[in-house]
Ligand binder design. Sequence first.
Ligand SMILES: *[C@@H]1O[C@H](CO)[C@@H](O)[C@H](O)[C@H]1NC(C)=O
Ligand SMILES: *[C@@H]1O[C@H](CO)[C@@H](O)[C@H](O)[C@H]1NC(C)=O
Ligand SMILES: *[C@@H]1O[C@H](CO)[C@@H](O)[C@H](O)[C@H]1NC(C)=O
Length: 414
Amino acid sequence: MTAGAAMETWVLVLSLWGAVSGQNITAPIGKPLVLKCKGAPRKPPQQLEWKLNTGRTEAWKVLSPQGGSWESVAHVLPNGSLLLPTIDIQDEGTFRCQATSRSGKDIKTNYQVQVYQTPKKPKIVDSASKLTVGVPNKVMEEERSKHNPENGPSVGTCVSEGGYPEGTLSWHLDGKPLIPDGKGVSVKEEASRYPETGLFRLQSELLVMPDQGGLHVNFSCSFNPGLPRRRAQHSAPIWLSIGEPVEKIQLAVDPEGGAVVPGGTVTLTCESSVQPTPEIHWIKDGMLLSLPPSPVLLLSEVGPEDQGIYSCVVTHPTHGPQESHPVTISFIETGEGRPTADSVEGSGLGTLPLVLGILGGLTTAALLIGIIMWQRKRRQGEERKSPENQEEEERAELNQSQEPETTESSAGGP
Ligand SMILES: *[C@@H]1O[C@H](CO)[C@@H](O)[C@H](O)[C@H]1NC(C)=O
Ligand SMILES: *[C@@H]1O[C@H](CO)[C@@H](O)[C@H](O)[C@H]1NC(C)=O
Ligand SMILES: *[C@@H]1O[C@H](CO)[C@@H](O)[C@H](O)[C@H]1NC(C)=O
């Protein structure tokens, strides 16, 4: 009794589970597909019914062995299976069969059909032949991505045609995955569908800002299918050399060294050999200055707020921005803020204490050096007992001959 009831519940659970989860089928586009109706008698008379909910049906379409044909789309075979002669994207969906077996048991089968088409091997088009090291500048990158995210050194565009479902494209550098980080590595992706077939065309443009020159690297791309158990497709690799920067940017500062008196004037001049002159922006303490681009930055009546670290950034149309070395602008140390004559006089008066100070310093230094030398000699003596580096034989011999002497002196030293 109890066992029977449990069995019934178990069967109910199983059949519900079966109806809910079913079976996932992936089928290649353009090929025939046969779906079995489980439990159905192999030959007529049969009691069975197929129900389809796919891209071709509006709600459920019912097929039975009697009215078993739906034009060229699908029909029920004599053994109860459902045949779809040519699978297409529109055939994706749910297929259910309900059959009554010879023993009178109702059995349900549930299929989720997904179709796929393996695309052509991806290929890389519009590939660069050479990349140039650009010094990636975070500030400029942020600024640039606001205005024109498309500007950047392009490695090439990977194209995958005729795949289904969509899938993804990924890039590899010397066989290792290249993960877009939005800074040194970024991609521009586009997906579209062919109207006639519904198949996908994917493209991914790779933008890379190399930070190391003098290398040869290879790039390749892969199509990763959006379905489990389907293999990725790899493009042929392309070879690129990465060159050193085309030019060094010169940043000149006047007065030299960037030391200025309060209220004075500083001129920063950024020189780039590229013609026509590219856009030049200025950075102070890591912040882009909101000034119109100019190769010259003039700071007049310099105040405390003008002190800081300056650099210029040259933006090339073809490769990334390059930043100059930094220059520090600071006030000259003047006692009372009055330069020239006064300070010269002041330094004259201060000569005596200065000389005394130096002499004192020298004495201390001499003492210190003396102590250090003495300690070093002592240590060398100890080390020589066990010479580690067997360099030239000559030296080793020398050490050996000196050994007893040194040992004696260090023993009697302190
Ligand atoms: C069938 O695929 C769906 C996702 O499409 C998944 O959630 C489910 O677990 C799969 N079922 C089986 C039996 O693999
Ligand atoms: C029914 O017949 C088709 C074609 O003759 C065959 O491919 C399929 O395996 C058969 N189904 C069963 C359940 O035997
Ligand atoms: C590209 O790099 C990968 C990984 O280093 C290597 O296996 C592959 O042979 C290279 N391709 C060519 C054409 O050299």
